[in-house]
Design a protein around this ligand. Structure first.
Ligand SMILES: [Zn+2]
Ligand SMILES: [Zn+2]
Length: 285
C-alpha cells in the first residue's frame, strides 16, 4: 500500500489541476493521496469527482503558521471543512496572499526586477498566489535559473531582500482549531533548513503537548541524518511519523510517492479523525 500525504494542486501553487493530480497519483501507483493545498480546501470537490477507482483521497490542507518569528507549515487532515472558526482562519491567511504578493513584487521592482502583478497572476492561473509563482516569474525573466534559486536570501527566502511576511496562524491555535474541527495535525518538513529558520526541538515538544499528532520525517528537504534525528524525536515525544512527496507538479522536480507513509500510521490518522472521512475512488469522470 503506497500512501502519499502531502500534495499541491492548482488550488494553491501546484501545476496539476486537482483532477490531473489524482489521475497522476493513480498512474504513479499510489493507493492513497492527500490533497493539502496551502490554506484552502478549494480543490477537494474536483479531486473527489475525478478520483480513479482504487485510489483513496484524504482531504487536507497545509496551514501557514508562525511561532517565535519562525514560519512553519502544519498539515491538517480530515477536518470538517465547514467548521466556522477554522474556515475563518484559513480565509484570513488567504485574503492576505494578494496584498503580500503585490508587496513582494514592489520590493523586486525596487531591486530593478521588472516583474509585474499581471505576469504573476498569469502564472498562478487562478490558484491562490504564493511565493513559488513569483519565483517562476523570476525564472521567466532570466533573473534566476530555477525556482529554488529564487528561494535564497538574495531574493525570496524568509528574511530575503524581496521577502514580505504574511499573516500566519500561531501553531498552538492552529492545532486547537483543527482538533475542534475533528482533524489531525502533522508538522510539515520541520527541519527543512534551506527554507529558512526552523523551530527548535523544544518547541516541537511543546506542540506535541498541545496535541500535535505527528511530524513529517521523510521529506525531500531532510537528509538521512536529519531523518534519523527526527525519527528519534518522534519516538521520544510519542508523535506519528509520516513521509510524503510535497508534490507541486512541474514547479518542483519531486515525483508523486517519492516518500510515503507507513500504512499503520495512516490507519492511526484515520482512527483519530472525526471531522471527515477519506474518499474512496469510484472511477472518476
Ligand atoms: Zn510546506
Ligand atoms: Zn507543501
Amino acid at each position: 500500500m503506497r500512501i502519499d500525504l502531502h500534495c499541491h494542486s492548482t488550488a494553491s501553487d501546484g501545476t496539476d489541476t486537482p483532477a490531473e493530480l489524482v489521475r497522476n497519483a493513480a498512474r504513479a501507483g499510489l493507493d492513497v493521496v492527500a490533497l493539502t493545498d496551502h490554506d484552502t480546501t478549494r480543490g477537494h470537490a474536483e479531486a473527489s469527482a475525478a478520483l480513479p477507482e482504487g485510489l483513496t483521497l484524504v482531504p487536507g490542507a497545509e496551514l501557514s503558521c508562525r511561532t517565535d518569528g519562525v514560519s512553519m507549515h502544519l498539515l491538517a487532515y480530515l477536518f470538517d471543512p465547514e467548521e466556522p472558526a477554522l474556515l475563518a482562519e484559513r480565509e484570513l491567511v488567504r485574503d492576505d496572499r494578494v496584498p503580500r504578493a503585490q508587496a513582494m513584487i514592489g520590493e523586486l521592482n525596487t531591486l530593478g526586477v521588472p516583474v509585474t502583478w499581471e505576469q504573476v497572476e498569469r502564472i498562478a492561473a487562478g490558484g491562490s498566489v504564493g511565493r513559488p509563482h513569483i519565483a517562476s516569474a523570476l525564472v521567466e525573466l532570466g533573473v534566476v535559473p530555477t525556482v529554488s534559486d529564487a528561494f535564497t536570501p538574495e531574493w525570496l527566502a524568509d528574511g530575503g531582500r524581496a521577502y514580505v511576511p504574511k499573516h500566519e496562524t500561531d501553531p498552538f491555535e492552529a492545532i486547537r482549531l483543527v482538533k475542534d474541527a475533528g482533524g489531525v495535525t502533522v508538522f510539515a518538513h520541520p527541519a527543512a533548513v534551506k527554507r529558512g529558520r526552523t523551530v527548535p526541538e523544544t518547541t516541537i515538544a511543546k506542540l506535541a503537548e498541545a496535541g500535535l499528532d505527528g511530524i513529517e520525517v521523510d521529506h525531500m528537504d531532510h537528509d538521512p541524518a536529519t531523518r534519523t534525528r527526527l525519527r528519534d524525536l518522534a519516538g521520544d515525544l510519542g508523535l506519528l511519523v509520516t513521509g510524503s512527496s510535497d508534490y507541486h507538479g512541474s514547479r518542483k522536480t519531486v515525483a508523486l510517492g517519492a516518500n510515503t507513509t507507513d500504512p499503520e500510521v495512516y490507519g492511526e490518522i484515520i482512527r483519530r479523525a472525526t471531522g471527515a472521512f477519506p474518499v474512496p475512488g469510484t472511477g472518476g469522470i
